[in-house]
Write a protein that binds this ligand. Structure first.
Ligand SMILES: CCCCCCCCCCCCCCCCCCCC(=O)SCCNC(=O)CCNC(=O)[C@H](O)C(C)(C)COP(=O)(O)OP(=O)(O)OC[C@H]1O[C@@H](n2cnc3c(N)ncnc32)[C@H](O)[C@@H]1OP(=O)(O)O
Ligand SMILES: NC(=O)C1=CN([C@@H]2O[C@H](COP(=O)(O)OP(=O)(O)OC[C@H]3O[C@@H](n4cnc5c(N)ncnc54)[C@H](OP(=O)(O)O)[C@@H]3O)[C@@H](O)[C@H]2O)C=CC1
Length: 515
């Protein structure tokens, strides 16, 4: 019997961000391995016209929960969705709900955050810093709380090259920033943001660093741990390989590449691609929850959930395998044939953007206009290139994350727990993982049917022919223009023609002789 699975039996677990990518995988694993847990409280807000209950049902009716529901059809009875908005005072939780949370919660997993790189400082601080402080305050009043697990990111200190499992101080006190945002107006905040975030690449990573400092400062006598995952990708093994459900991180780029919109990128091929499967992160989170509650370490431990120093992969290897998968399992109706050009040079990158991205978009929009339709490709391309430019920081650098605490925890687990809650990334086969990842994007994000693969391959052949035809036409036009303008080009042209003529004459003469 798994000690960790048994630990969660009978427990009341509070999850923030349960409707997000990681939150869903966390709930699924908890129900599958510890079906006798008492209740999972989730803090949810209504969204896109859906009530809390509708949101919960949509999650439980997704493919991710199929395995759990086969065994426990009434799993919804163990989820208690609590109305909450983390942007509001006291999270706008009702008095009764708050009372229940304060008196019953045993474990907290704090996953909620804004993960947008371009959020406003005000909103990102509210969610990633102030809400964390508020949750810690709530936690300190919880009479049965055993552990508080805070999810940060491995990039919270990406202004450093070597990152240890410690909390680094930020140049400005979080409290000072929270206080000043209360009275500064938005225009001034926009002006001072670059000065505040200094060498952090975006507001997201900066506010996650502030969030960690708040955890350290407000920890009181709570049992707290921080988990720092790197780039969280599709599931590796559980509940099945390749599950993804949003367009964040690599997912959007895989779609854009497979659909032929993105054909070149500014990336350092040998830089470490520090991807980590979401199920690996969740297994670590559950193991940390158990360890923190049972062993009660004296200080707040930080755990890195990264792959780079244990089983490194680089962007070149990843790009090659992504392309190899597109050959085998193409996406339906791509705009152009998929291609992956990596360049580290600014000039070459600008060139590819003009020739390979913007020009085809403009040509396609002209075609749409001529056929009486609304042009849309240039707008889409601009948006895609903006997204790519925001991700470039992460694909042109390598970081070293130490993993002493994560490895220590691995050695503390029984063989059964190491199997059930496997977070040993050394066992990951990258080629297999990436293939399943791309397949997962096709099936679960794009909702494409595997039966459409022969048609998709036909479409790729047509695109290849169009590509050859287009290039030949372009070459002939360019050559014709050159001949009209340059004596030298004309001389070369006549030389080639006369050479071909002589060669043909010789060939004809020798074949006549043989007869
Ligand atoms: C050519 C060679 C390629 C080779 C391929 C090999 C693959 C290489 C992969 C490399 C990947 C590198 C990734 C590095 C990432 C580093 C991550 C650091 C770790 C973290 O902790 S971050 C957590 C992850 N966070 C993110 O990834 C957030 C990044 N995204 C953003 O900040 C914003 O989305 C962005 C980029 C600013 C774009 O904003 P915007 O243009 O405003 O677009 P929208 O966000 O509004 O969305 C457009 C469109 O999509 C819909 N959408 C948005 N989010 C989702 C979602 N989660 N699920 C489904 N759909 C979503 C949205 O509704 C919009 O649709 P419309 O219909 O309204 O247009
Ligand atoms: N994905 C990644 O690559 C990485 C993620 N992380 C960290 O992991 C954690 C989870 O990330 P991930 O699952 O990918 O993120 P998602 O964006 O998928 O999920 C964010 C969650 O936060 C909730 N949330 C946001 N704002 C509010 C609010 N005002 N009130 C209540 N809930 C709110 C969202 O709810 P709603 O559905 O209502 O919007 C959603 O459930 C985050 O802390 C992130 O920083 C760290 C490293 C990498």
């Amino acid at each position: 019997m798994s000690t960790i699975a048994a630990f969660y039996g009978g427990k009341s677990i509070l999850i923030t961000g349960a409707t997000g990518f990681m939150g869903k995988v966390l709930m699924e694993k908890l129900f599958r391995t510890s079906p006798d847990l008492k209740v999972i409280y989730i803090l949810v807000r209504p969204k896109a016209g859906q009530t809390l209950q509708q949101r919960v049902f949509q999650i439980l009716n997704s493919k991710l929960f199929e395995k759990v529901k086969e065994v426990y059809p009434n799993v919804h009875e163990k989820i208690r969705a609590i109305y909450a908005d983390l942007n509001q005072n006291d999270f706008a939780i009702s008095k009764e709900d708050m009372q229940e949370l304060l008196s019953c919660t045993n474990i907290i997993f704090h996953c909620a955050a804004t993960v947008r790189f371009d959020d406003t400082l005000r909103h990102a601080v509210q969610l990633n810093v102030t809400a964390t402080r508020q949750l810690l305050l709530m936690a300190s009043q919880m009479t049965k709380l055993e552990a508080f697990i805070h999810i940060s990111t491995a990039y919270s200190n990406c202004n450093l090259k070597h990152i240890d499992e410690v909390i680094y101080p930020c140049p400005v006190e979080p409290k000072k920033i929270i206080d000043s945002l209360e009275w500064l107006d938005d225009a001034i905040i926009d002006e001072i943001t670059p000065k505040l975030i200094r060498d952090w690449p975006n507001i997201y990573t900066y506010t996650k660093a502030l969030g960690e400092m708040v955890v350290q400062q407000e920890s009181r006598n709570l049992n707290i741990a921080i988990i720092r995952p790197s780039i969280v990708g599709a599931t590796w093994q559980e509940p099945f390989p390749g599950w993804v459900d949003n367009i964040n991180g690599p997912n959007g780029l895989i779609i854009a590449t497979g659909k032929g919109f993105l054909r070149a990128i500014k990336a350092t091929p040998m830089a470490v691609a520090d991807l980590i499967p979401v199920d690996t992160v969740i297994n670590l989170m559950l193991a940390v929850g158990w360890y923190t509650a049972v062993h009660r370490p004296k200080s707040t431990l930080v755990y890195h959930s990264t792959s780079g120093n244990l089983n490194p992969c680089n962007w070149h290897k990843m790009g090659v395998q992504v392309m190899a998968t597109f050959e085998k399992i193409p996406f339906e109706r791509p705009f152009r044939r998929p291609n992956a050009n990596f360049t580290t040079n600014n000039f070459t990158s600008q060139y590819w953007n003009a020739v390979s991205h913007r020009a085809p978009a403009i040509i396609y929009d002209c075609y749409l206009r001529l056929t009486g339709r609304k042009p849309r490709m240039t707008k889409l391309m601009n948006r895609l290139l903006r997204t790519v430019s925001m991700l470039e920081y992460f694909i042109n650098r390598s970081w070293e994350w130490s993993t002493y605490n994560t490895e220590m925890l691995m050695s503390e687990l029984s063989p059964e727990d190491q199997r059930v809650f496997n977070f040993d990334v050394r066992q990951l086969n990258w080629l297999e993982y990436i293939e399943n990842y791309v397949l997962g994007v096709k099936k679960y994000l794009l909702k494409e049917d595997m039966a459409g693969i022969p048609e998709a391959k036909q479409h790729l052949k047509r695109l290849r022919n169009i590509h050859y035809l287009f290039n030949t036409a372009l070459f002939l036009i360019a050559w014709r223009l050159l001949i009209a303008r340059s004596q030298m080009a004309r001389n070369v042209w006549f030389f080639i023609i006369s050479f071909c003529y002589k060669f043909l004459s010789y060939f004809r003469a020798s074949s006549t002789l043989k007869v």
